[in-house]
Design a protein around this ligand. Structure first.
Ligand code: SAH
Length: 282
């Protein structure tokens, strides 16, 4: 980290759920111009490779329940570096404003008078749903989608389970593995049928992605039997059934990196009729 500008600033950037190709162009551009990058444990090495080589990389990794650097210390470091005139990029998994404590970090910056930008990322719910072939909304099955957390630290004793157990919606639980049996049991107790579809997506959008499909009754046992580990999401709703028909993403073959790009199209495209003559008007 060599340069210090007169006025430092902070970019709070979403790194997406895993696949480096899901980064926004803006995220990559800012990763190329930042002087220092503070990143979370969930950000893949393949994404860190896109950071400018001269930038200082500062891991501030957070695993569930184990905080390498307390939130206050991270915020204080951002303020300190920006005050020293550096362009600081705070890289967070998924989207910074979805279960990422991004709101707290920028509140500190705002209070300290540090200029900042917030760059959204594809949140785990979107990434996992798309790569697992599970639409989050669907005209026939789900008219809304709710993003929730199953983490005990975020426990709301006043969770309105009856409201969550209403049909016609998709529920996505982040950090739900630890409380999966409890979440599924609560939804059943409050009115969803035992056979209501549910899925767990582990390491979504990476080539290590695993998707387990079951019901509120069967899924907790399957997840335990398969040894599913974080990061993983629980998706509950009728659209889970569409996975069988809509799944498209191929996971890694042995020896392949979790982040290998999708197979390229052949260099010489097959001969096709010009598009405007094929199949009428678009
Ligand atoms: N800000 C992030 C969420 C951080 S909370 C976002 O918008 O996605 C961390 C939780 O996100 C994990 O415990 C897990 O539930 C979920 N998660 C993140 N990446 C994931 C992935 N690739 N596959 C499945 N779940 C993921």
């Amino acid at each position: 980290m060599t340069r210090a500008t007169t006025q430092g600033e902070v970019y709070l950037v979403g790194a997406g759920p895993g696949d480096p190709e899901l980064l926004t162009l803006k995220a990559v551009r800012l990763m190329q111009r930042a002087d220092a990058v503070l990143y979370d444990r969930l950000v893949a090495p393949e994404i860190l490779e896109l950071i400018h080589s001269g930038a200082e990389r500062i891991p501030v990794g957070k695993a569930a329940g184990r905080h390498t650097l307390p939130q206050e210390a991270i915020s204080a470091r951002l303020v300190e570096l920006a005050r020293a005139g550096y362009r600081v990029l705070r890289l967070k998994g998924g989207d910074p404003f979805i279960f990422g404590r991004g709101g707290e970090e920028v509140a500190e910056l705002a209070a300290a008078g540090i200029p900042f930008q917030v760059i959204p990322g594809i949140t785990a719910a979107q990434g996992c749903a798309a790569y697992a072939g599970i639409p989050l909304t669907h005209r026939d099955h789900a008219h809304s989608c709710r993003l929730l957390t199953g983490h005990p630290a975020d426990d709301q004793t006043d969770t309105d389970w009856a409201d969550l157990a209403r049909s016609g919606q998709t529920l996505v639980f982040y950090m739900a593995l630890g409380r999966l049996p409890e979440v599924c049991a609560n939804l059943r107790r409050h009115g969803l049928p035992n056979h209501h579809p549910a899925a767990v997506v582990e390491q979504g959008t990476t080539r290590s992605q695993r998707v387990l499909i079951g019901s509120l009754e069967t899924l907790p046992r399957r997840v335990a039997a398969e040894g599913i580990k974080p990061p993983a999401l629980l998706i509950v709703g009728d659209t889970v059934r569409l996975h069988t028909q809509l799944h498209w993403f191929q996971c890694a073959t042995p020896g392949q990196s979790a982040f290998s790009p999708l197979p390229e199209s052949p260099d010489t495209p097959p001969q096709r009729a010009p598009l405007k003559h094929a199949g009428g008007t678009l």
